[in-house]
Design a protein around this ligand. Sequence first.
Ligand SMILES: NC(=O)c1ccc[n+]([C@@H]2O[C@H](COP(=O)([O-])OP(=O)(O)OC[C@H]3O[C@@H](n4cnc5c(N)ncnc54)[C@H](O)[C@@H]3O)[C@@H](O)[C@H]2O)c1
Length: 276
Amino acid sequence: MQEFSDRVAVITGAASGIGLGMARAFSARGMKLVLADLDQSALDRAISEFSDAGVQVVGQSCDVSKLDQVEALADKAIGTFGNVHVMCNNAGVGIPTSARNMKLADWKWIIDVDLWGPIYGVKVFLPLIEAAGEGHINATSSMAGLISSQMMGAYNVAKHGVVALMAATERELRSKKSPITASVLCPGPINTNISRNSVEFRPGRSKPKVDGEKSAKMARNIQAGLEQGMDPDEVGELVASAIAENKFWILTHPRWAKGVQNQLDALREDQTLTRA
Ligand SMILES: NC(=O)c1ccc[n+]([C@@H]2O[C@H](COP(=O)([O-])OP(=O)(O)OC[C@H]3O[C@@H](n4cnc5c(N)ncnc54)[C@H](O)[C@@H]3O)[C@@H](O)[C@H]2O)c1
């Protein structure tokens, strides 16, 4: 996609972190914004930031795990601006717990938000972008969508699904020579509020207790790692550039792809998961 000015971008999970970074990068290129999030007060703050700067912006409270709310988001975008050109399925959550011990309610919550959210996003928004005749559909996966680490089972499952969803979508678009393109964002550590927000939005809002101290230690390590991570505004710029350059894979830490190569080597050479 070459032209951003006056085009319309819809972003989920837009009130914080990477989604807010994308909104900043898109508005800097002259786009109109439709910002969606579950957190109304953070969304109100984001809307004020952009409207104060003269950006044409509208917000919508939306839980991406609910199809009717994703449909209402599309109605809001079309009702306000008449078209959608870029859609970023970015909202996501995650908590560290072993695959064995994670509660089924947490499996369902993570897969509903992190995988069904993007599935609903493609289902509802791709036809609208096609009707606009130009544009791009993106979803946020993770390095956890390319390689599965321990203690992040549900997150890995959802994020691998997001990679598969966007790869299938991109191949289908190319096979029919569509002017629309698709991409997947696979970030490494980014300095955002995801750990705090995930505890906040977890159904029941209780702290995850399964796996006891191991989970708690892992959550602390993840948070400490994220605080050293990339600035989410930098990620927004990467996404905007990748869309302009028709890239499919958007990696914030490409050197981490070495882990994917190691796994492929093990698969091909001795069929172990990880080579010694
Ligand atoms: N931060 C990282 O290091 C990192 C790494 C890899 C992938 N990611 C992915 O990046 C995406 C953005 O996360 P972030 O790190 O910016 O976190 P964040 O918590 O700062 O932002 C995520 C936003 O999504 C919103 N949200 C949560 N559940 C929602 C729902 N059901 N419906 C709508 N909105 C909802 C939150 O309110 C929040 O504003 C997620 O998909 C996450 O999995 C993050």
